[in-house]
Design a protein around this ligand. Structure first.
Ligand SMILES: [Zn+2]
Length: 584
């Protein structure tokens, strides 16, 4: 079967070969969820078996723990037999008891018999001391090096010793998290956030689902996520906060189920579904909530989701002033930009009208985190809140480490606010993690004090000394992102671009398309060194890496996080800390 497939791909040309070869192993019997999946007891899933290229099928038998699946789940399957791909599906079922689960599929075809076996694990662990609340901070793309850049700029060091650590570093537990998805070594943000939200692996661009082979991005087998579980099993309050479009991959994966993260209009509307409607929704991206008649809207219909949320009892905030005025609301929708929110340097330091446009009153991530906790903590059943520092990633993609680092510091200060809240009752688990890494690393320092420029002025080893960032007003951010001696940051996987190692007063793309090729953007650092591309011409940005990422945690249940962990374990650490009982 594998050989036939390989031959078909070779004969059908390079494009198909490139598109299909790196995918997960080809099985003529695909079982979704996949082999070695793990679930919380009672967590709802859609179960699907796909039969591919097996010829005429006479019968399908699915055994779960040696019982017919329909008997085990107490639900009849929907079976669709077709020439190419046949499907056997039972939706919205769960495994009630912890322990191993064995799945055997036996297929009888006109050519003979075929079978496949997969195994699952079901858990129902509860922490000894339970948490009432969980706050999950996701620094998008916040690698170990990104944390360290923030520590250097925010806390500083003399004679090799740091003056202080970041809030996210002063936590009791530390683990390294692996980030790969089920289809590829290197993840995107949908896939990895989905692992945190559901405890299941997914594929690039997907969230809350296991990808089946149909082209429909909305029919894939679903896995119940943390917001759905928190609401269904305990009536908890839930919230999502991000500096990106609130329908972007990371916040969306806490809520929605789709094969394609780009379905942002669908995702925005999906946030109204009662089973996963968050009580607090704060971020950018009003373009996906406003009807198409409004200038800047990206919707293709006349739905006004802001009005629909209001009619569900939500207070709406369109800027920082309105957000800070909210006092007695149990539900808040805040959208502070049409698209992604501006980054901290542009919002709070340079405040350049050419960059901000009419969005001159955007809240900080600290403002949003504080208000989210205020609103959610009124629920006696506790809350789950996800806060994303989204633009750490977006700025590393454009090789702009200064903007990424100020946003890392911004997220660290938001973590400080969460820690202050947690201190009061010691019943809140705080987790800080990235979803994947970037390739930026610290080579040394950079200065032109002796007249050298470009790479000749990159200072290594003893020449490097220390950078001269200062924080005289003690707000945690360096007073000047461009001191005399700055960091020399270099990237391992970038398109062709010019680099002068100096801060850019305005954000600017490193590379642009020229015909079918990617070339260095002549408007960025035109007098700098030309760094030749390390990537195919299809890439215009620096890309994610497969590096493990650090996770730090504090509070009840934090003891779960230690050593090297699969990214799906973040979900199991959260439900264990809360002691959620999903069998209901
Ligand atoms: Zn990214």
């Amino acid at each position: 079967m594998v050989l036939t497939l390989m031959l078909t791909m070779l004969l059908s040309g390079g494009a198909a070969f490139a598109a299909q070869l790196p995918n997960f192993p080809y099985h003529s019997i695909d079982v979704l969820p996949i082999d070695r999946a793990k679930f919380l007891a009672g967590q709802k899933i859609d179960f699907e078996v796909e039969l591919k290229d097996l010829g005429t099928i006479k019968s399908v038998e699915v055994l779960i723990n040696y019982n017919p699946a329909e008997k085990f789940f107490g639900k009849a399957p929907v079976v669709k037999l077709a020439a190419g791909v046949s499907s056997y599906r039972i939706d919205q079922v769960s495994f009630a008891k912890p322990g191993p689960v064995n799945v055997i599929v036996n297929v009888l075809t006109e050519q003979g018999a075929a079978s496949r076996e997969v195994n699952y694990t079901v858990v129902a662990d509860k922490a000894q001391k339970l948490a009432k609340n969980v706050i999950l901070f996701v620094g998008d793309g916040m690698s170990l090096q990104a944390r360290q850049m923030a520590r250097i700029l925010s806390k500083g060091l003399t004679e090799g010793k740091y003056h202080d650590l970041l809030e996210m570093e002063k936590m009791s537990n530390l683990a390294l998290v692996t980030t790969s998805g089920m289809d590829s070594l290197v993840t995107d943000s949908a896939n990895s956030a989905s692992a945190y939200a559901t405890g299941s692996k997914s594929a690039v661009n997907a969230m809350g689902i296991y990808p089946n082979s149909t082209g429909d991005p909305l029919d894939d087998p679903k896995v119940e996520n943390i917001i759905e579980l928190a609401k269904r099993s305990r009536g908890m309050a839930t919230g999502i906060v991000s500096t990106a479009n609130i329908t972007d991959a990371t916040p969306a994966a806490m809520v929605a189920h789709t094969r394609r993260r780009s379905e942002q209009n669908f995702i925005a509307a999906s946030m109204l579904d009662p089973e996963h409607r968050p009580d607090v929704i704060l971020g950018g991206g009003s373009q996906h909530f406003l009807p198409k008649s409004v200038p800047g809207s990206k919707r293709s219909d006349d739905r006004n989701l802001v009005e629909e949320f209001k009619s569900q009892g939500y207070t709406f905030a369109g800027n920082k002033t309105e957000l800070n005025q909210i006092q007695n609301s149990a539900k808040v929708l805040g959208l502070f930009q049409l698209d992604n929110m501006n980054v901290y340097i542009d919002r709070e330091v340079t405040k350049n009208p050419a960059v901000l446009g009419s969005f001159t009153d955007q809240p900080t991530l600290m403002d949003m985190t504080k208000q989210a906790i205020n609103v959610l903590s009124k629920n006696q059943n506790g809350f789950f809140l996800m806060v994303e520092g989204a633009c750490i990633d977006k700025q590393l993609h454009t090789v702009d480490w200064e903007r990424a680092t100020y946003d890392t510091i911004e997220m660290d200060k938001a973590i400080g606010i969460a820690k202050e809240f947690a201190k009061k009752n010691n019943d809140t688990l705080i987790i800080v993690v990235a979803d994947h890494a970037h390739s930026a690393s610290i080579t040394g320092t950079y200065h032109e004090l002796d007249g050298k420029t470009g790479r000749q002025a990159v200072r290594t080893y003893a020449e490097a000394g220390f950078p001269t960032f200062e924080d005289k007003n003690k707000d945690g951010f360096p007073d000047n992102p461009a001191p005399a001696v700055t960091l020399a940051i270099q990237y391992a996987n970038h398109p062709e671009y010019y680099e002068d190692y100096k801060f850019n007063p305005e954000p600017i793309a490193p590379a642009i398309k020229s015909g079918s090729k990617t070339i260095a953007n002549p408007k960025k650092d035109a007098n700098g060194d030309l760094n030749s591309s390390k990537l195919p011409d299809t890439e215009t940005q620096e890309v994610h890496t497969a590096d493990d990422v650090p996770l730090t945690a504090d509070g009840p249940g934090a003891e779960y996080f230690r050593g090297i962990m699969d990214n799906t374990e973040v979900f199991f650490g959260m439900v264990r800390a809360l002691g959620l009982d999903a069998v209901k």
